[in-house]
Design a binder for this molecule. Structure first.
Ligand code: EPZ
Length: 418
């Protein structure tokens, strides 16, 4: 099992480029199932979750051709409308094939994703939505099956809580359903908008993506398309926080600054010298402060839950008390225990983490528990005195492309050991 070895103390200086968004790549790859024609996708990050999704598409019947960060998918016909347990247990986003398979093949059989480190993460809202579109949903032997003899028919889905992949799943089912579908209380994340842009290029009729109400007029079939996905706002945000923590002069390029508004506002309030250079460039400069500023995670455009762990690492360096409230997932403070081992002063009280900074972190042997928790441990290790060894870094390989190379390129002393 690979480990990272990090020597703390170096500021991050220089320029770091952002990769394509993992959480955009996953739904757009699944969307390719909706047509028999080729779908060409650019800027697909080479990370583990993407490889898992590509394997799943091949099992379903797609031909997948990779050329660097361009992936071409052609699904002439659906051979097996299934997502087996051994794949789903490694990547719960496999549930994103539910909608496309129900729409294209009239049947989908997906292993019910187990919980994961950050919470139970049920898919009940996905299933309720598919039922509203005319599918018959049943569950047995750890699998959920959605059957829609003939064509799905449009309906009004009202999500009683905002779900990102739930919105994406239903959107992909609705584009081929008969008649109009309205999705109320839809997720507004940029990745939902990116998916909708691809679907429209494929011939779908969608209005309101990016707002809480999405309207879809179903069509008979979709054609192939070519699309470049958006930058990964969570990767970019992780690096911006790293620049702030280490007191470096760091420029993050090829991102979408607009997608990081909540983070930039929060860092500015903490006295960090962060600025938007242009639409795709954010710069952090030394000479600022790190004041304790409370933060509550919210659905987009609020502060992203996927940046909560990284923000907690930053707040260990703030002089004073700060309170972080996690409203999206019920168990997303796994990194706190590991940060404590490095000397952080953090108390967990339900959905709230209370930090008393500033802590002089020291290097330690720590264990990654989930994708974004791993990122917060890397950030903490960059400022800790001495050496940190992070175990189980396969978690970080799920969602950060070439993170060792990227961080080494701006002065971090980080290496991967087998
Ligand atoms: C997406 O997960 C992201 N993953 C997550 O990123 C991200 O943390 C999350 O959205 C929130 O922004 C992908 O896009 C592949 P949700 P998703 O459905 O769609 C509850 C990362 O680190 N819920 O918006 O699974 C759920 O338990 C990952 O890249 C139900 O109760 O999240 C959670 O508490 C981690 N029933 C809340 O809603 C459902 O049917 C929001 O979940 C669906 C969700």
């Amino acid at each position: 099992m690979d480990k990272f070895v990090i020597q703390g103390g170096n500021p991050l200086n220089g320029t770091i480029a952002t990769s394509g968004a993992k959480n955009s790549a996953l739904p757009v790859l699944a969307a390719a199932l909706l047509t028999a024609e080729p779908v060409i996708l650019h800027r697909i990050p080479r990370v583990r979750d993407i490889r898992t999704m590509e394997r799943l598409l091949v099992d379903i019947g797609s031909e997948v051709v990779e050329d660097g960060e361009t992936v071409t998918i052609r699904t002439s016909k659906i051979v097996s409308p299934e997502a087996p347990y051994e794949l789903v247990k490694t990547m719960r986003a496999s549930s994103l094939v539910l909608g496309p398979l129900a729409a294209r093949a009239g049947r989908a059989r997906v292993s019910i994703p187990g919980g994961c480190a950050i919470g139970a993460r049920p898919i009940d809202l996905h299933l309720q939505g598919l039922t509203k579109l005319g599918a018959t949903v049943s569950q047995e032997h750890g699998y959920v099956e959605a059957v829609a003899p003939g064509r799905l028919r449009g309906g009004h889905i009202f999500f009683d809580r905002i779900t990102v992949t739930g919105t994406e799943d239903i959107l992909m089912a609705a584009v081929l359903a008969e008649g109009e579908t309205v999705i109320s209380n839809a997720a507004r994340e940029p990745e939902v908008v990116d998916l909708a842009e691809l679907l429209v290029k494929m011939g779908a009729r969608i209005e309101g993506a990016g707002t809480s109400v999405i309207r879809v007029q179903g069509v008979e079939e979709l054609h192939g398309a070519e699309h470049q996905i958006i930058a990964d706002r969570i990767e970019a945000g992780t690096f911006v926080i790293g620049g702030a923590m280490t007191g470096g002069d760091l420029t993050v390029t090829e991102c979408v600054a607009e997608h990081l508004g909540a983070l930039i506002d929060k860092l500015s309030a903490a006295g960090v010298k962060v600025s938007v250079i242009d639409a795709t460039t954010i710069r952090v400069e030394p000479g600022g402060t790190i004041l304790p500023v409370d933060m509550t995670t919210e659905e987009y455009p609020g502060f992203a839950t996927d940046l909560q762990a990284q923000y907690m690492a930053l707040m260990t360096q703030a002089d004073g008390i700060s309170i972080i409230t996690e409203t999206i997932f019920e168990n997303r403070f796994m990194h706190a225990q590991e940060l404590r081992r490095m000397g952080a002063n953090i108390r967990i009280d339900g959905r709230k983490a209370i930090l008393a900074g500033r802590s002089n972190l020291t290097g330690a042997e720590v264990i990654a528990s989930d994708l974004r928790a791993s990122a917060s441990l890397v950030l903490a290790a960059l400022v800790a005195k001495g050496q940190t060894v992070i175990d189980r870094v396969y978690h970080i390989d799920r969602g950060y492309e070439r993170i060792v190379e990227k961080l080494s390129g701006v002065g971090a002393r980080i290496s991967r050991v087998e």
